[in-house]
Design a protein around this ligand. Structure first.
Ligand code: BG6
Length: 507
């Protein structure tokens, strides 16, 4: 970022040693390595990137590189940029693989950090990024040890950065404690807290479209917007992550992070620049303005669901309690619907309804901005009985784009109306390249741009808004069943019906 807030043209990232903690985990194989390959294909890594896997299993440098290569060729091939078959370009891979090596070590053992220091000393650059793709219990432990080994000390010639995956804490107190622990050994400028939703082009586009088209600002407030619906519906179940999910649940897994990022993009004020401080400052403000519900209000304004056996696209599926590593009497939620209010000048009185769940009818992440109806008086003496509400739908995935639902006159001699659609689909305007969604995030970390990463206050404000729901459910979890293939329990519909609304149909 330059002094005037302008992002310079994308240039190759500076030489860096990138340590991947949790090197044998899924994230590294499925997403991080394919993303690094894509960056290299786009010429954004230069020659100076060294990738060092860190994990407890023993493996040679060559075998580690080979294992990554085999995985990308077989299982992650559809995520890499390339020719029609997405074949791995041998020359390009060779170039990347030259810089791949491995440190075998326990994350809790100080000798691991001595080996890491040696790798940096050998690398020819002092720049280092430590990417914690580990179980969350290691975040604080690893960072403390990096600090003790003086690996987080920066100099004018060498940066040291730490990337932390989610979940960042499991409630407000643990998130605050983790932030305090990190900030003891490094500064906020060195911390890159990931929310992979911010790597999605469609999420970044919300800000760009909102603030580059004057039309949006004209109606973007409580005078014209009746309510907002934010949905992240998945058809997948908990797959192999039963034990993680049992202690996490959908609220913690999706709301304070992904759904609140979407909410912030929709609700924040225009930043003074598209730089990290300005953007994250506005986000912190709007998330901080979410009304802190009392425990009673949190209970009244939330619905928890858990899927039972059902069917999606003709396929019979087990219930959550029958999944591997899930207790047969589990009361962990796999669906939530919430109502939140933002108490600031722009949004006071406009409900934001959030829902997300697994094993819903379709995969669809969308935001629907529902407008107030126009005044009716002029239509009294016509065929029009009522003015149907209109909306703007922003679809994040899978069918990326934006659609305005508007009213128009039906052709014919009488004055009758119908809802019509004005739309923009990404695929009609832009070439959609395969990607993992991590490319921009990794590149920004290597080049020192924190705009797409969560600041400590963003994270804590998110947990502060979610905490009343966690507290309410401690006393009475009120879990409700929905069948796999349904869009949550009936109570989720009742939550909106109570205010005279209905969820927008998914798909
Ligand atoms: C992850 C959650 O952060 O996001 C998963 O842990 C969820 O449970 C995933 O499935 C959803 O991401 P996306 O990009 O598929 O919407």
């Amino acid at each position: 970022m330059t002094a005037n807030g302008k992002k310079p043209k994308a240039e190759p990232a500076p030489p860096t040693t990138l340590f991947l903690f949790g090197a044998h985990g899924d994230l590294v194989k499925r997403l991080l390595m394919p993303a690094l390959y894509n960056l290299s294909r786009d010429g954004l890594l230069g020659d100076g990137l060294r990738i060092v896997g860190v994990d407890h299993n023993a493996i040679s440098d060559v075998d580690f590189a080979k294992k990554l290569e085999d995985f990308i060729r077989t299982e992650a091939a559809s995520k890499i940029k390339g020719n029609a078959e997405n074949a791995l370009d041998p020359q390009l891979w060779e170039q990347l693989a030259k810089g791949i090596s491995y440190v075998q070590g326990d994350f809790l053992d100080d000798t691991t950090y001595a080996d890491i220091a040696r790798k940096i000393a050998e690398s020819g650059t002092g720049n280092a990024v430590f990417y914690l793709a580990t179980a969350p219990r290691f975040f604080g432990e690893v960072v403390q040890r990096l600090g003790r080994a003086n690996l987080l000390e920066e100099s004018p010639e060498a940066f040291r950065r730490v990337v932390i995956e989610k979940p960042f804490g499991s409630d407000l107190a643990t998130a605050e404690a983790l932030n305090a622990c990190l900030l003891k050994v490094m500064t906020e400028k060195q911390i890159y807290r990931i929310d992979h939703y911010l790597g999605k082009e469609t999420v970044q586009n919300i800000l760009i479209s909102r603030f580059s088209n004057v039309l949006f600002e004209a109606f973007w407030n409580n005078h014209y917007i009746d309510h907002v619906q934010i949905t992240a519906a998945e058809t997948v179940g908990v797959e192999t992550r039963g034990s993680f999910f049992e202690t996490t649940g959908t609220l913690r897994d999706m709301v304070p992070n992904h759904l609140f990022q979407l909410l912030a993009m929709i609700a924040m004020e225009p930043p003074a620049a598209f730089g990290a401080d300005a953007v994250r400052g506005e986000k912190a403000k709007v998330i901080g303005a979410i009304r802190p519900w009392s425990v009673e209000d949190a209970r009244a304004n939330s619905v928890r669901g858990q899927y039972t056996a059902g069917e999606i696209a003709g396929k019979a599926l087990p219930g959550y309690r029958e999944e591997a590593y899930v207790a047969p009497d589990s009361s962990t939620e796999t669906f939530v619907a919430l109502k939140v209010m933002i108490d600031n000048w722009r949004w006071v009185g406009v409900p934001f309804y959030l829902r997300t769940g697994k094993r819903m009818s379709v995969r669809d992440t969308e935001i629907v901005i529902c407008f107030k109806p126009a005044p009716y008086a002029q239509f009294r003496d016509t065929e029009v009985d009522e003015l149907k509400p209109t909306y703007l739908k922003i679809q994040i995935q899978p069918n990326e784009g934006m659609w305005f639902d508007l009213l128009a006159k039906k052709p014919g001699p009488t004055l009758d109306m119908a809802n019509i659609e004005l739309g923009f689909a990404y695929k009609d305007f832009f070439e959609m390249q395969p990607s993992t969604g991590y490319e921009a995030l990794i590149y920004d970390c290597l080049t020192g741009d924190q705009t797409l990463f969560q600041r400590a206050d963003n994270i804590e404000n998110g947990w502060r808004a979610v905490q009343p729901f966690l507290d309410a459910w401690k006393e009475d979890d009120g879990i409700q069943a929905y069948k796999a293939g349904e869009d949550g329990p009936a109570a989720a519909d009742a939550l909106l019906a109570r205010d005279g609304h209905a969820w927008h149909r998914l798909g």
